[in-house]
Design a protein around this ligand. Structure first.
Ligand SMILES: NC(=O)c1ccc[n+]([C@@H]2O[C@H](COP(=O)([O-])OP(=O)(O)OC[C@H]3O[C@@H](n4cnc5c(N)ncnc54)[C@H](O)[C@@H]3O)[C@@H](O)[C@H]2O)c1
Length: 245
């Protein structure tokens, strides 16, 4: 499905980003893998290479404009083009608003929202030129419903959803699509850190009565990245076991 296509995935070292990379590789994509440090990407890269794909790894902090621009330039030089961009890198720094520091607010907004803007801006030029491309942003159901203790994260992911719709409107005339996936509770290092009682409370709110796997998100990303969704843009698909309807 993605033979001859290049997919750039941010935060690809582990968790959901790794699952997305491996799903796209299994379907034929060559991979430009990005994370804070290139050596963290060895596991993802090794598995993708076993699938016969071309893989390059890039160290980049998604919240730094110059580094993002240099990375996109390097990827375009190495692969010739970018067909799929997945803005997946994200962090949490939870706390009630009363106690939330300005630094924790800025850190989460800078990675989750500004990082999505910077990579989209850098990659869209090439996509507009080739009149083809698909951008998939990883939001969260918290960006749709809010969550006590996650004001910074909720605002960042709500921003990602609004940004997704705006990119879709600005780029659709060039056949570049932009959609978002809003995962619910997915089993990764990010959610492992939550206390057991919080995890059990979450589980009781999930109609499908199980936590999601990174692969559940990757399947939806692959749909939005590829030809099967060629008439879909500006949409948000919740992948949350029915937690939000
Ligand atoms: N796990 C969940 O339940 C869940 C739910 C909803 C949304 N999400 C979103 O899915 C995405 C992936 O989450 P995950 O659970 O796999 O998290 P994770 O912490 O396991 O992985 C995140 C990856 O992003 C990288 N990263 C962090 N900051 C970066 C930066 N500044 N520049 C480059 N890379 C950076 C990390 O090194 C890591 O490899 C995030 O955007 C997250 O908000 C996760």
């Amino acid at each position: 499905m993605f033979e001859g296509k290049t997919a750039l995935i941010t935060g690809a070292a582990r968790g959901i980003g790794q699952a997305i990379a491996l799903k796209l590789a299994a379907e034929g994509a060559d991979l430009a893998l990005c994370d804070l440090q290139a050596d963290w990407l060895e596991e993802t890269a090794g598995k993708a290479k076993e699938l016969g794909r071309r893989v390059e790894c890039y160290s980049v902090d998604v919240s730094k404009g110059d580094a993002v621009n240099e990375t996109v330039k390097a990827v375009e030089k190495d692969f010739g083009k970018i067909d799929v961009l997945v803005n997946n890198a994200g962090i949490t720094k939870d706390g009630l608003i009363m106690r939330m520091s300005e630094d924790d607010w800025d850190a989460v907004l800078n990675v989750n929202l500004k990082g999505t803007f910077l990579f989209t801006k850098a990659a869209m030029r090439g996509m507009m030129k080739q009149c083809a491309g698909s951008i998939v942003n990883i939001a969260s159901i918290i960006g749709l419903m809010g969550n006590a203790g996650q004001a910074n994260y909720a605002a960042s992911k709500g921003g990602v959803i609004a940004f997704t719709k705006t990119v879709a409107k600005e780029l659709s005339s060039r056949n570049v699509r932009c959609n978002a996936v809003a995962p619910g509770f997915i089993k990764t290092k990010m959610t492992d850190e939550l206390p057991e009682e919080v995890q059990q409370k979450m589980l009781s709110m999930i109609p499908l009565a199980r936590f999601g796997e990174p692969e559940d998100v990757a399947d939806v990303v692959a749909f939005l990245a590829g030809k099967a969704s060629s008439y879909v843009t500006g949409q948000v698909i919740s992948t949350c076991g029915g937690m939000v309807m």
